[in-house]
Design a protein around this ligand. Structure first.
Ligand code: AP5
Ligand code: ZN
Length: 214
């Protein structure tokens, strides 16, 4: 099963992608997580990506496309994957379509998690993430059992650098200009599954599973 997650920043793509990956036993590939790991490890890629991410801009396709293609060529992707945060431009989507078509394939679903902009700002303001294991919480909606501490691994939770309100507003405008056209791109291929992302996490998850099959 090859699924891509579409939706605005903060729509809940990562939250759902992790659950779907667990359910289907396939890898969760998040370009945002890959860039953040590179930033943490001080790699050249991390240094370059950080300049763009901190402003809420997209990392250039030259730094993104090959990275994802290499990851998709790994043996653990043989039975599928959940792509979260890629593709994000029409050019990236075309590159993915091209790469898959060399094996006669295509993605199975583009899951579009729909949340209005007003709720997005609230979600990002309350988001807390675990720098060690990548788990994501929300101080009101999905609070950790112990304030400021990751339920899964016990590390101290942090606020993402790009979750400042002005950066969030810019990320949203980048989303509307460059990423939302992908809904039409995959819509014309009849691959889009629209999901109301404003429901509680488990309801969103059940709605996705109902559409993409057990
Ligand atoms: P990336 O890490 O992909 O960020 P994003 O797309 O902006 O998405 P987020 O991770 O912010 O949100 P999400 O939809 O995963 O929501 P989450 O589940 O965390 O990208 C970051 C940056 O990297 C980009 O700006 C860009 O610079 C660069 N980049 C990445 N990929 C790129 C690419 N392909 N090309 C170029 N540049 C790229 O949920 C959000 C919050 O809401 C959390 O607090 C969560 O707990 C809460 N929440 C989740 N679901 C619910 C619910 N149902 N109800 C209530 N609260 C909920
Ligand atoms: Zn953790």
């Amino acid at each position: 099963m090859k699924i891509i997650m579409l939706g605005a920043p903060g729509a809940g793509k990562g939250t759902q992608a992790k659950k779907l990956a667990d359910k289907f036993g396939i890898p969760h590939i998040s370009t945002g997580d890959i860039f953040r790991a590179n930033i943490k490890n001080g790699t050249d890629l991390g240094k370059k990506a950080k300049e763009y991410m901190d402003k809420g801009a997209l990392v250039p396709d030259e730094l993104t496309v090959d990275l994802v293609m290499d990851r998709l060529a790994q043996p653990d992707c043989e039975h599928g994957y959940i792509l979260d945060g890629f593709p994000r431009t029409i050019n990236q989507a075309e590159k993915l379509t091209e790469a898959l078509s060399t094996h006669g394939g295509e993605i199975d679903y583009a899951v579009n998690v729909d949340v209005p902009d007003a709720s997005i700002v609230h979600r990002m303001a309350g988001r807390r993430v675990c720098p060690a294991c990548g788990a994501s919480f929300h101080i009101e909606h999905i609070p950790p059992k112990k304030e400021g501490i990751c339920d899964r691994c016990g590390a101290e939770l942090i606020i993402r650098d790009d979750d400042k309100e002005e950066t969030v507003m810019h990320r949203l405008s980048v989303y509307h200009a460059q990423t939302s056209p992908l809904i039409e791109y995959y819509g014309t291929k009849n691959l889009v599954v629209d999901i109301d992302g404003t429901m509680p996490v488990d309801d969103v998850f059940n709605a996705i599973v109902e559409k993409v099959g057990e």
